[in-house]
Design a protein around this ligand. Structure first.
Ligand code: HEC
Length: 99
């Protein structure tokens, strides 16, 4: 039944939330709070999302996540796919509103 398949797909999505994926793949450089103040983030001069989210649109950020930013940030497009990329950018930008 179609409904059953949908239910399953949604259940799987929920086991790995956007926050989990961000924590796994992004926080090492960008920090759990988006400030980029981790050891790696400082070394690579990662900017605070509070600064970049004021200058960049979500679409521009999604492009960085998809294609990466040479030389330090890898491309995540293949791994995350377009939907998760959109969601993770929204999550990342939402961190700018938090202290
Ligand atoms: C190995 C360290 C590293 C990892 C892991 C990493 N980034 Fe980055 N990221 C950088 C660096 C370095 C820049 C370039 C400097 C900057 O603009 O902050 C950057 C830039 C960005 C930018 C553009 C501007 C900004 O800083 O907001 C976005 C958006 C971004 N990263 C999102 C992500 C997301 C989402 C993930 C996880 C899927 C991720 N990054 C994983 C290092 C990393």
């Amino acid at each position: 039944m179609t409904l059953g398949i949908f239910g399953l797909a949604r259940g799987e999505m929920q086991t790995k939330s956007v926050a989990d994926v961000y924590g796994d793949k992004c926080a090492v450089c960008h920090g759990a709070d988006g400030a980029g103040k981790t050891a790696k983030g400082r070394k690579l001069k990662v900017k605070d999302v509070r600064e970049t989210s004021a200058k960049m649109t979500a679409a521009q950020m999604a492009e960085v996540v998809t294609k990466g930013k040479a030389p330090d940030m890898d491309a995540f497009g293949k791994e995350l796919g377009p939907e998760m990329t959109t969601e993770i950018v929204a999550y990342y930008r939402s961190l700018a509103a938090k202290k």
